[in-house]
Design a protein around this ligand. Sequence first.
Ligand SMILES: *Cc1c(COP(=O)(O)O)cnc(C)c1O
Length: 396
Amino acid sequence: MTETALLPTAPLRAHAQIDLGALRANVRALRERASGARLMAVVKADAYGHGALRVARAAVDAGADWLGTATPEEALVLRARGGLPASTRIMCWLWTPGGPWREAIEAGLDVSVSGMWALREVVRAARGAGRPARVQLKADTGLGRNGCQPGDWEELVGAAVEAEGAGLLRVTGVWSHFACADEPGHPSIALQLTAFREMVAEAERQGLRPEVRHIANSPATLTLPESHFDLVRTGIALYGISPSPEVGTPADFGLRPVMTLAASLALVKHVPAGHGVSYGHHYTTPGGTTLGLVPVGYADGIPRHASGAGPVLIGGKWRTVAGRIAMDQFVVDLGGDEPEAGAEAVLFGAGDRGEPTAEDWAQAAGTIAYEIVTRIGTRVPRVYVDDEHVNEQPDG
Ligand SMILES: *Cc1c(COP(=O)(O)O)cnc(C)c1O
């Protein structure tokens, strides 16, 4: 668990501040952008590292109708412990044989089925549970990952129609996922939309009447209105991060980053010129200088690939990781400045206090911002702030 119910009163080594007010505002901005569709807040992977239970509650509060997770276990925890209205739909899509189908049916989850083995397992579980499963059929319209191939779709739909007729399940959704929505104009996007329409039409031709048809992730929600259908599934945008710099900046879409990662400097000291810094001595001080010790490392999710490159805001100035990022700590060259031990080092945040963003770290590490926030480790307490909530009117 990454949620911290009770914080120590002593200053923290490091913490990830989660701005639930920003999260709610992002939910509202996304609802507005996809006003013809319902909104699924994707809270898999502990809400991309932000804390699934707190984020789920705030998102539902701000108007998300659905929650989405990858694994059934994530979804079951939300249903059991989320304190969510019973009307909140929860969907999970990453199943393996022998999964907790019966528990999912009893918890009223929407489960995804991509092939015949899964349909057989869910039907068996529904018989045992004595109530119908809510099943969403997943089509592979071109991603080449999970989902049913077009050539196998007729058979899967046929089997689902039969099970629906027998009262064992209700097909609540037909859905798919994009491969390249974060590259606006990529030719695969139009091809996937066409394939999706055809696969939905085939499902309807065989008599299915899904409540929701959906394919849009964050980039499609932001850039491709014709992909919105009945429901959009937003993950990264919810957390105020752009799916890619190519799509735009968060501010372009009225989004604000939710997570700020900060640490307290553990040590500031003077060193002479020519002093090697950190494992392997990949940095050597060019002259007499001061070094600051930032007490977070790759065990906290700070990517080691950002060694020598990651940016940190200290005392109003951007500093760069000097040498290797170690398991628990890294060093910055403070260029002779002498902040006190305990001074704040902001690794990333919303960017409007001059601090770097998760996107800056992604570029320093050669990865995507999704990975930066998702990997922040359990040793870093999440601290929730919610300035806005006091004045907020319940939605609708
Ligand atoms: C993670 C995920 C999403 C959310 O993607 P974002 O790009 O973060 O919006 C949507 N749908 C599926 C199937 C996913 O796995």
